[in-house]
Design a protein. Structure first.
Length: 148
């Protein structure tokens, strides 16, 4: 199926998609801050530039978009336009995510991933999501994941 907009319009649309300070990330971090958790944002000195870094708990959180990170959920659908490009790009992201997660764990960090599908259009569940994150932060679990 052909794209319904021109290449220029699609390019402008795609360039407007943010990689940090997304709505899901902001909702989560504001609630965690209100609960007393303190964090650093987008730490460039750590593998993968985690969205939230909690030095006190030696923990990081990634808030991942389901499309960009190839999550197997209802929000992810392989593009039909320029399919080879997108498959290559998303597979590289998946491999890179795995590599960066391993590097973090090997260097003593705990890693938690929140998937976009766990909170998108589900605002009534955000407090439940943040409660689960806060329980993980104070636990001894090495890694965690929150998905729909």
């Amino acid at each position: 199926m052909a794209d319904i907009v021109s290449k220029e319009v699609r390019s402008k649309m795609m360039s407007g998609i943010k990689g940090k300070n997304t709505k899901p990330e902001i909702m989560i971090r504001h609630r965690l801050f209100a609960m007393g958790f303190r964090y650093r944002l987008h730490a460039r000195d750590l593998p993968g530039n985690p969205d939230l870094v909690f030095p006190k708990y030696r923990a990081v959180i990634f808030v991942n978009g389901c499309f960009w990170h190839g999550h197997n959920c209802h929000l992810f659908k392989w593009p039909t336009t320029n399919a080879d490009f997108w498959k290559d790009k998303i597979h590289k992201t998946i491999c890179n995510d795995s590599k960066k997660t391993s590097q973090l764990i090997e260097s003593g960090w705990r890693v938690f991933k929140v998937w976009e599908c766990s909170i998108k259009n589900r605002l009534q569940y955000v407090d439940e999501v943040v409660l689960n994150i806060s329980k993980w932060l104070v636990s001894d679990e090495q890694s965690g994941e929150l998905k729909l």
